[in-house]
Design a protein around this ligand. Structure first.
Ligand code: SF4
Length: 337
């Protein structure tokens, strides 16, 4: 279920290095570091606008929260305290790096009402992590995830597809590891190459060739389907649409409707799987009514895909089918006389 958060961006603060893809200023469109007054203002504004905040959290996103000086963390967390509890926000969500998590840090965060921690994992290949100057290993992701879980926090992971020196096989390996870790939430970001980053330099010099848009859609759709089958909630897929990113984008897979395109592809894969080797002349797939346009695809792309194979596909709404699943409801085979 979607819910609004009081989101406070802490751009670039505390990061020990600059990752190859990162330009937090372009991503958050904000250069100034927030302080206690900003936390109070955002919380009050969201509380006044939301009719029901039962599911809402105060979210510190953008940088590496636990890597900023402790006094600054304390300032922000303290400012959030009056806004926690019944009729207000249910907890605090932070995002950080895997190498800035240990038992002491988790104990301190719990004391301030932090309930969910998202780790920027990006890849589970040490080669890819090193090539993109992440400054941590895949083992750090495994260890931090375990600690977060053991200490009762909700665990989120973020991965980035198509980084420098990554292959489709590397991405599938990352997915396998993510499925083993079983985070409560996952964010999937296709790489977007921004000006002023190492990736940007590598791309412009010709040393780095990102996955094609088609490869990225197919790969992400495969991941969404695997997460659905394994009960992992993908809360974000693609960078949010923003003028700042559009102005700074050199290449990669940026599309304002990226998730929708991937979900449509996911439906296509499920339909193809349900048909197997069969090639009926006509068939009907039932999907949840909220998913009809996704199943049809942008510009009816999925129907066109099957039409090119001689199959006329119809999509019908059925409220009994869970969202993002489909069922082969009818098929009509060609009769040879
Ligand atoms: S740790 Fe996160 S915020 Fe810091 S440089 Fe890397 S991607 Fe950017």
């Amino acid at each position: 279920m979607k819910h609004a958060n009081a989101a406070i961006f802490v751009p670039h603060a505390g990061c020990p290095n600059r990752c190859s893809f990162c330009d937090q200023k372009a991503i958050t469109a904000q250069e100034k570091l927030p302080h206690a007054a900003d936390v109070e203002r955002v919380c009050m504004q969201v509380l006044s606008e939301l009719p029901d905040t039962t599911e809402a959290e105060i979210a510190f996103f953008g940088g590496s929260f636990t890597a900023v000086p402790e006094a600054y963390q304390t300032e922000l967390l303290t400012a959030a305290q009056p806004f926690l509890g019944k009729g207000k926000f249910r907890g605090i969500r932070i995002s950080t790096r895997p190498d800035y998590i240990d038992a002491g840090i988790l104990q301190r965060l719990a004391g301030y009402g932090v309930t969910a921690i998202e780790l920027g994992a990006q890849s589970m290949s040490d080669t890819v992590l090193a090539a993109n100057e992440r400054g941590h290993t895949a083992e750090a992701v495994r260890q931090a995830s375990r600690l977060i879980r053991e200490n009762g926090f909700s665990l989120g992971l973020q991965i980035m597809l198509g980084l420098y020196k990554s292959s489709i096989a590397d991405e599938r390996h990352t997915l396998e590891e993510v499925l083993l870790i079983r985070p409560d939430t996952l964010r999937i970001y296709p790489v977007v190459i921004l000006k002023g980053t190492l990736l940007g330099e590598l791309f412009l010099s010709g040393a780095y060739q990102p996955f094609s848009f088609e490869e990225m859609i197919a790969l992400t759709a495969e991941m969404l389907l695997a997460c659905q089958k394994n009960g992992i909630c993908v809360i974000k897929c693609g960078l949010h649409a923003s003028r700042s990113v559009e102005e700074n984008c050199l290449g990669g897979s940026y599309h304002p409707a990226f998730r929708e395109l991937c979900e449509s592809r996911m439906f296509r894969s499920q339909m193809a799987e349900a048909l197997g080797a069969e090639k009926p002349v006509r068939c009907t797939f039932a999907v949840h009514p909220s998913c009809i346009s996704r199943a049809v695809g942008q510009k009816r792309a999925n129907l066109q895909f099957f039409r090119e194979q001689g199959i006329a596909v119809r999509i019908a709404g059925n409220a009994e089918i869970p969202p993002f699943q489909c069922k082969l409801a009818e098929k009509e085979m060609d009769v040879c006389i």
